[in-house]
Design a protein around this ligand. Structure first.
Ligand SMILES: Cc1cc2nc3c(=O)[nH]c(=O)nc-3n(C[C@H](O)[C@H](O)[C@H](O)COP(=O)(O)OP(=O)(O)OC[C@H]3O[C@@H](n4cnc5c(N)ncnc54)[C@H](O)[C@@H]3O)c2cc1C
Length: 387
């Protein structure tokens, strides 16, 4: 693997870093700044960098995108400023890859322009959803329409007033003996009658507004048959394609967030004096700072390696490396952020710093997009298969 950045990635790293320094950090905690910043980022060409498809996006490789996503990940607000935030980025990828020209015109175009938001509705309260074959929501064909019934939760982004599209996963063919050919993905306009947000869900008390996570009831929701994505019973196949890049993007961003939290930890522990010397002079703090440096660099290298594998052998060939980083990066970020919180004392738990919110996000990612255990199982299966 080559560690050098390509000239194109190097130029973007410089421009993105400058944009973050000049505009983003100072806008944190000021949601009214988001839309003006998006317009500015778009005008400067710092837009849709995540999309490898050159026709619709920046056409960067995963290896080139990794340091850029890391820079964006430093700030909770930055990914959306550059139109690179989840779950929209994953939805744009599947629409670019599998959408018909009409679906792309209706949904992909406004998403690429940052005019609307979208969500992905798969997880259900009634079943262990880390095993997606358990999903029970029904998609039934009636003439020229599909009729959808089911209950979902943790649908991130649906509470956002700008959300206009739900990418919905349900079963079209529950009787199929092949458990991976029972599901389909359907594009449901957010305002379709029968879609009802039951309640918002908090992550450790954070409502993540306006994006939010919600429980959603689908009652006799009717959409035209043209709204199926790729074709009936092919939902699992799309989900696999969607989750690979989505997972590594989360990890790239977490490396950036951990890096920023370590910076805060260093600054704070140099500035505060307890029992006669700066916190930074206490061996325990030095130990933690050193170990944080080791953990962040390990995770970054593992992320770059997974990105390089995706570029060279494809998502399927890189599934072990993607699973590895999906286990390593959130665990690393939880540990580093926890130490940074400790070094800040009570302030670390407040909203005065990005630490508490970052911890909640990192902890959530040990479950979202597949819990740690499921990824470890996959790593072990692939490892054992080699012997
Ligand atoms: C912040 C956040 C945002 C999310 N956003 C979305 C979204 O936008 N759309 C969406 O559809 N979903 C979303 N989710 C849901 C997420 O994808 C699921 O929570 C996840 O897939 C796990 O499913 P579950 O909660 O049903 O856990 P379960 O499947 O009930 O699993 C519970 C626990 O069992 C253990 N476990 C499971 N399988 C195994 C195994 N094979 N071996 C050992 N232990 C195992 C794990 O510890 C796991 O955490 C989000 C979740 C969070 C926290």
């Amino acid at each position: 693997m080559d560690f050098e950045h390509t000239p194109r990635a190097r130029a973007l790293i410089e421009r993105l870093t400058r944009f973050m320094d000049d505009h983003v950090y100072q806008a944190e905690g000021r949601p009214e700044q988001l839309e003006p910043l998006k317009a500015r980022a778009r005008a400067e060409g710092l837009w849709n960098l995540f999309l490898p498809d050159a026709e619709h996006g920046a056409g960067l490789s995963n290896r080139e995108y990794a340091p850029l996503a890391e820079i964006m990940g430093r700030s909770p607000m930055a990914p959306e400023v550059f139109n690179c935030s989840a779950p929209d980025s994953g939805n744009m990828e599947i629409l670019a890859r599998y959408g018909t020209p009409a679906q792309q015109e209706r949904w992909l175009r406004p998403l690429l322009d940052g005019r609307i938001r979208s969500c992905f509705s798969m997880t259900e309260p009634g079943v262990a959803s880390s095993d997606a074959t358990n999903i029970e929501a029904e998609i039934r064909r009636e003439g020229d329409h599909y009729v959808v019934n089911g209950r979902k939760w943790w649908t991130s982004g649906i509470a956002d007033p700008r959300c206009e599209l739900i990418v919905f996963m349900g079963k079209t063919n529950a009787a199929n003996p092949d458990k991976h050919r029972q599901q389909s993905m359907l594009l449901i306009p957010r305002d379709t009658p029968g879609v009802q947000v039951v309640r918002n869900l908090d992550v450790f008390g954070w409502d993540d507004a306006p994006h939010g996570h919600a429980e959603v009831l689908y009652e006799n929701v009717r959409v035209p048959v043209e709204n199926i994505l790729l074709g009936e019973d092919r939902g699992f196949e799309i989900a696999q394609g969607r989750l690979g890049p989505g997972r590594i993007h989360h990890c790239m961003r977490l490396v950036g967030r951990a890096e920023r939290c370590l910076e805060l930890m260093c600054a704070r522990s140099k500035a505060r004096v307890a029992f006669g010397k700066p916190l930074a002079g206490q061996t325990v703090t030095m130990e933690r700072i050193a170990q944080a440096r080791v953990l962040i660099d390990q995770a970054r290298l593992l992320t770059l390696h997974a990105a390089w594998k995706m570029d060279t052998v494809g998502i399927k060939g890189a599934r072990k490396e993607i699973a590895m980083i999906k286990v390593a990066a959130p665990a690393m970020a939880c540990q580093v952020i926890d130490w940074a919180i400790q070094a800040h004392g009570a302030a670390g738990l407040s909203k005065d710093f990005i630490l508490a919110r970052s911890y909640a996000q990192a902890r959530g990612l040990r479950i979202a997009d597949g819990p740690d255990e499921v990824h470890r199982n996959q790593i072990a299966r692939l490892e054992l298969a080699a012997h």
